[in-house]
Design a protein around this ligand. Structure first.
Ligand code: NAD
Length: 360
């Protein structure tokens, strides 16, 4: 139990409806009708996602008006525009998205352009479903915006949809979720309610991931991880992120690195950098992860799950380190510990080679 003194704060909740459980996918028709939907279009990625979209269309029954399996990573504007034409052809009045952050990104981009309501069924732990944030790419530029228009009206979490998530993706997606809650704990606009949710989200996820690695279909562990992902996504939606997310965005943009894997390779190092400046957050993190040295504990957790630990293995060139430090300093996010070039360089060098974290 934290004894931290409560200060003045503002808590702004986001207006989303959350249906959580097992078999909840069967409620999609009822939820669509609740939002006044008569013609639903189901969004997904191609391949496996498309088959899943077929199942969802089956549950929608007469409300199903079509499908669009075009979602890809990074929400390119050209893909959104082609999907928009399909939405208009079908005369859809509600969007139903099933998939990870890539599919949810397409749904949000379509909602931004059409103002259609969204029902989202997440299949990873990325957390986008709980945020009013959309990142879109046009050419090699990624533009991120915050708008209530992109926040899904209804989120249906069905643990059964996550049972097929492979071991490495479960690990990196889970670490990605934890990164949101870690930064919410020391966010400039954090508050005691958010800290409560963040600590619980991190704890649930940290305890679930080793059990999932041991048995991918462990129903209780999957339920814990999904609940953790919901909490971590919720706090991401109501706070502004700091150095860790800045670095993940910089590296993702500059070197086209994969999203969840980059978060995973960076997280322990970002925590080590910020630990001296965020003692209350570290106290909560230590409790949630059951480790006296939080950065080392997060590093050990990711490594034990078989996650890639080095940015070089994700495709980042060593000579990119200085350029990335420059980019992070040029347009910084607020951070509890002031940003200095030498410290950032050490952070990136250690995460580039996959070494253990150090706060120096
Ligand atoms: P993703 O949606 O690209 O999915 C990763 C891979 O896992 C894909 O190949 C997908 O087909 C597969 N997959 C997904 N669910 C599966 C399942 N249940 N079983 C088997 N395979 C499955 O990746 P992601 O990490 O979920 O999302 C990353 C994207 O989301 C990035 O573009 C990131 O910027 C965005 N994002 C946005 C926010 C936000 O608030 N706007 C938050 C987090 C992430």
């Amino acid at each position: 139990m934290s004894c931290a003194i409560i200060q003045s704060f503002i808590y702004q909740a986001l207006p989303a409806r959350v249906v959580f459980g097992s078999g909840t996918v069967r409620q999609v028709r009822e939820e669509a009708e609740r939002l006044g939907g008569r013609r639903a279009i189901v969004l997904s990625t191609p391949g496996r996602g498309e088959r899943l979209a077929g199942d969802i269309a089956g549950h929608l029954g007469p409300l199903s008006a079509g499908r669009c399996a075009r979602a890809v990573m990074h929400t390119p504007v050209a893909v959104t525009e082609s999907a928009l034409a399909v939405v208009q052809e079908t005369g859809a009045d509600i969007l139903v998205a099933v998939g990870g952050g890539s599919t949810i990104g397409l749904s949000k981009a379509l909602a931004l352009r059409t103002d259609l309501p969204q029902i989202v069924l997440p299949t990873t732990y990325a957390g986008s479903e709980m945020t009013p944030v959309l990142g879109e790419t046009a050419g090699d530029r990624k533009i991120t915006q915050r708008s209530p228009k992109v926040l899904p009206e209804t989120v249906i979490y069905d643990v059964d949809l996550t049972l097929t998530l492979p071991a490495t993706t479960s690990a990196t997606s889970g670490m990605n979720a934890m990164a949101h809650a870690v930064e919410a704990l020391y966010a400039q606009d954090g508050n005691p309610v958010i800290s409560l949710l963040a600590e619980e989200g991190i704890g649930r996820m940290a305890r679930a991931l080793p059990r999932i690695a041991a048995n991918l279909k462990d129903p209780e562990a999957r339920m814990d991880a999904l609940y953790g992902a919901f909490l971590c996504g919720s706090v991401l939606g109501v706070t502004t992120m700091a150095l860790h997310h800045k670095l993940a965005h910089v590296l993702g943009g500059m070197f086209d690195l994969p999203h969840a894997e980059t978060h995973t390779a960076l997280l322990a190092h970002s925590i080590a950098y910020n630990a001296p400046a965020a003692p209350a957050a570290m106290e909560r993190l230590s409790r949630a992860t059951d480790s006296p040295d939080v950065a080392q504990g997060i590093y050990d957790l990711a490594q034990s799950l078989g996650a890639p630990m080095a940015l070089r293995d994700l495709g980042m060139p060593e000579e990119g380190i200085d350029a990335a430090v420059g980019e992070a300093l040029a347009n910084p996010y607020w951070n509890p510990r002031p940003l200095e070039a030498a410290g950032l360089k050490t952070l990136l060098m250690r995460s580039w080679s996959g070494e253990t974290p150090s706060s120096s």
